[in-house]
Design a protein around this ligand. Structure first.
Ligand code: TEU
Length: 586
């Protein structure tokens, strides 16, 4: 393993930053309509400043009919009424910048809303100027006995792709007798990136936002924009039942490079591409984020958040700590020399991290801090999802009516209709574990009514644990998860080794402990995390070259950890980070 020193690392502001993700609908409601909004975020700017974060990633705030909470955009250059006005947005940007916090916006360009003007014109006729903005194909008539969809008699969808939200990925449109592709909801038609006019529109729009002074983009499912030849070169498509070919599709790097050449290059931005898929080779990742790659700062892969998934949204697979260590270590080593990692455990699409990877019962506080320690001491840029800094847990939704998300509602409703399941009760626990709505319950500001999120009727259930878990209580309690996150964020600014140090995994097969060192020149950190509710004995492997007598505890989630790093016992969900200097093994 090569080792870096503080002088030879390739510095960038976005490597040193901590990103805080805001899901505006659930953050803070300023006008009592039960829906979070931009003025609501402005009210909380000092909160963000106090936490110490450097960048805000704002989920979509553009005009949208909200079939998928803003990921179905009807106008890229307008703000959704429910969220406020462009003036409000300008005020937010200025308020962030005054506090030295940067802003990255969500870029959703795999698809638009079916209510976008382009799509409305596209569906009018086969020779509309906008027809080729989307992917229209003829249905198949060579399929016997197709009964699955509402196309004309005797006609099946162009191919057998299933949408990510359930059901066929094609929708028949009466007006022209053809089908359009939607990898997500039926109200999210896919844009046709083969069409250069579409790329012009996207790049112009990016330019328009950059000129307003934003600091980068989070690019929604960006590795889906290039569709495979089975669809692009044939009408109807050649038969294909696996939409895997749209992941990192044939022209993806050409498109990304074009985006870089025409928009991003020469600007000092944070760009992060969301890359769907269940296993990306490191070489492929480097093509996106490496020195000679397409110019992205980093990417979000899905490998750790798919470990517990088993197909249907209510099904859960078994995983263990070695799987999780394996995924992260692959990426830590894989991008150490070229490229950069994003670090996330949760977001608006994932359950709450303490319920998923920690223990949201007895050890909620300890395990939330342990997960924070992991997130902030791996190599990469940490992303904190709103509420994570409080240790908010998943939410016990009591009936299907309490859910709001298409990704939950569509498949559960069709399973109920089709008799695959008999009742909500059957899938309740699976949805409690997996539904995206867990992350979308309102931010918990106080222990009072509606967690202080709104004076009105909240658009989605408030997590009942807001009485104990909320900003007001956490601020007042020096031992809270919130104070601990603040400390982690501060430490990152003080220690280069936290940002740039090389990662080295210790005890790779240990089933309870995740331990690693981070090394930069002669500075070294030892991180030891007990991912279990039992005690676990830690012994420092001989190969770790360090002055064992000069260890100093940098941060930990139990008050009285000693300084003997040679061997110690970790208590349930205990996390310790030691600062060591390089020396000679005793
Ligand atoms: O997410 C992509 C995506 O795959 C998720 O929808 C997926 O369902 C989830 O990660 C696992 O349950 C992006 C956005 O983040 C998401 O909110 C949008 O719904 C989706 O794209 C479509 O724009």
């Amino acid at each position: 393993m090569s080792s870096h020193t503080a002088e030879d690392v390739n510095r960038a502001w976005w490597k040193e930053a901590v990103v805080y993700q805001i899901y505006p609908r659930s953050f803070n409601d300023s006008d009592g309509d039960g829906i979070g909004d931009i003025p609501g975020i402005v009210e909380k700017l000092d909160y963000l400043d106090e936490l110490g974060i450097d960048v805000v990633w704002l989920n979509p705030v553009y005009e949208s009919p909200n079939a998928d909470n803003g990921y179905d955009i009807a106008d890229y250059r307008a703000i959704m009424d429910e969220f406020g006005t462009m003036d409000d947005w300008e005020e937010l940007l200025a308020g962030l910048h005054e506090r030295d916090i940067r802003l990255i916006m969500d870029l959703v360009v795999n698809h638009t809303s079916d209510e976008h003007e382009w799509f409305r014109k596209s569906r009018e006729s086969t020779d509309s100027d906008y027809r080729d903005y989307y992917i229209w194909r003829r249905g198949r008539t060579d399929v016997d006995g197709w009964t699955g969809h509402k196309g004309p008699e005797g006609e099946a969808p162009p191919n057998e792709w299933e949408s990510f939200f359930g059901g066929p990925a094609w929708e028949y449109d009466e007006a022209t007798g053809e089908w359009y592709l939607h990898l997500f909801d039926v109200k999210q038609p896919d844009l046709n990136w083969e069409n250069p006019e579409v790329r012009d529109e996207v790049f112009d729009m990016m330019e328009w936002w950059l000129e307003k002074g934003i600091d980068g983009f989070r690019m929604d499912v960006i590795n889906l924009v290039s569709k495979p030849e089975s669809v692009t070169a044939h009408d109807p498509p050649t038969n294909d039942s696996d939409l895997g070919g749209t992941i990192d599709g044939p022209r993806i790097h050409e498109y990304m490079r074009e985006m870089n050449d025409r928009v991003l290059a020469g600007r000092d931005l944070l760009t992060v591409g969301e890359m769907i898929g269940d296993g990306m080779p490191i070489d492929e990742a480097r093509t996106y984020v490496g020195e000679d790659g397409d110019g992205l700062s980093m990417l979000f892969h899905f490998e750790h958040v798919l470990l517990d998934r088993a197909g249907r949204i209510w099904e859960t697979a078994e995983w263990d700590l070695t799987d999780l260590k394996g995924v992260f270590s692959k990426w830590q080593y894989g991008l150490a020399e070229d490229g950069w990692n994003s670090l996330y455990l949760g977001n608006h699409d994932q359950p709450r991290i303490v319920s998923r990877f920690g223990d949201d019962g007895e050890y909620r506080r300890e395990s939330a801090k342990l997960l924070g320690t992991l997130l902030h001491t791996l190599q990469g840029t940490p992303y904190v999802y709103q509420g994570e800094e409080l240790g908010i847990t998943n939410c016990p939704f009591e009936s299907l009516d309490e859910f709001r998300d298409v990704e939950t509602l569509n498949p559960v409703r069709s399973a109920l209709d089709g008799g695959e399941i008999d009742s909500f009760e059957e899938v309740k626990e699976g949805l409690w574990a997996n539904s995206r709505d867990n992350a979308r319950t309102p931010m918990q500001w106080t222990g009072g009514e509606n967690a202080g999120f709104t004076d009105g009727e909240p658009w989605i259930k408030v997590n009942p644990n807001c009485r104990e878990v909320n900003v007001e209580a956490a601020r007042a309690d020096a031992d809270s998860v919130w104070h601990y996150y603040r400390d982690l964020i501060r430490l990152r600014k003080e220690y280069d080794v936290i940002v740039y140090g090389d990662y080295d995994l210790l005890l790779s097969d240990h089933e309870k402990i995740w331990a690693y060192t981070r090394t930069l020149g002669d500075e070294r950190l030892l991180v030891a995390l007990n991912f279990s509710s039992e005690e676990a004995a830690f012994d420092l492997p001989d190969r770790v070259d360090a002055d064992r007598d000069a260890a100093e505890l940098l941060i930990g989630n139990y008050g009285d950890a000693g300084t003997d790093v040679e061997s110690f016992t970790l208590r349930p969900w205990e996390a310790r980070v030691y600062y060591l200097t390089e020396g000679h093994a005793a």
